[in-house]
Design a protein around this ligand. Structure first.
Ligand code: PEP
Length: 254
């Protein structure tokens, strides 16, 4: 019997790019291009553009979210943003633990864990990013790193809440480098993460949890990646900045 076709999740991460005007113009052009697509399309946009993009995508199925948040509900944390502020703007999800946050802003697994907990408690869907550096892979530590990140970032997260989040496996050496993981490498790590979820949270959670691949995804390699059994979607950085390449990725995969 044929397997039912999976609905891929494609997330664009705009990082620190696009003014409000650029962001709105982008989604106005993107929406008609992807109208027929079956993919669930998410956009992680800069805070300043969230509200305008939420307005602009009304009537489409595009889901808008943020790229980071603080773990506190509110307080004296200059420059930070709280879940309820993201919700105020109309955000539905948030990227957490992106390697750029870990590397440039020294976020550790314990802090990311508190954010995952806060996002789930206050009603924002977390997309938890994990992945090894080139050095860790060369030293044969990929599985050890993924186990530590999953264990610590999901510490004390109740099984009943686990299917509200998604995991993005993003090998750090593949982010923004043009050096995508092979489909075999990616599938093996997705299978590893899914197995960890199964051991920790049981078979139902492992079957339901979406695990996305991120790192140098382009229109040329997206469809092949998504054919892998344990790859449920893609997190796209650079190639999500142009309507042409992002829409090609979305339409090539669904
Ligand atoms: C990312 O920022 O999460 C990412 C995967 O970037 P890129 O697609 O540019 O490698």
């Amino acid at each position: 019997m044929d397997q039912p076709q999976k609905q891929p999740v494609i997330i664009g991460n705009w990082k620190m790019y696009k003014t409000i005007e650029e962001a709105v113009s982008f989604v106005n052009k993107l929406a008609p291009e992807i109208k027929e697509s079956k993919a669930a399309v998410y956009l992680a946009v800069p805070y300043t553009a969230i509200k305008s993009v939420v307005e602009a995508v009304k009537g489409t199925s595009i889901v808008v979210g943020g790229q980071n948040m603080n773990d506190a509900t509110q307080g004296a944390f200059t420059g930070e943003i709280a879940v309820r502020m993201l919700l105020d703007l109309g955000a539905h999800f948030v990227l957490l633990g992106h390697s750029e946050r870990r590397r440039f802003f020294h976020e550790d697994d314990a802090f990311i864990n508190r954010k995952v907990d806060r996002a789930l408690t206050d009603g924002l869907q977390p997309i938890l990013c994990v992945g090894e550096t080139a050095e860790e892979r060369d030293q044969g530590k990929t599985e050890e790193v993924l186990t530590r990140q999953l264990k610590e970032c999901l510490n004390n997260i109740d099984p009943s809440r686990i299917d509200s989040l998604m995991i993005a496996y993003e090998p750090v050496w593949a982010i923004g480098t043009g050096k995508i993981a092979t489909t075999e490498q990616a599938q093996a790590m997705h299978q590893f993460c899914r197995h960890w979820i199964q051991e920790t949270y049981g078979p139902q959670a492992s079957a339901q949890l979406k695990i996305l691949y991120g790192g140098s995804v382009t229109p040329e390699n997206a469809a092949e990646m998504l054919k892998q059994a344990d790859i449920d979607g893609l997190l796209v950085g650079g190639a999500s900045l142009s309507v042409e390449s992002f829409s090609q990725i979305i339409t090539s995969t669904s």
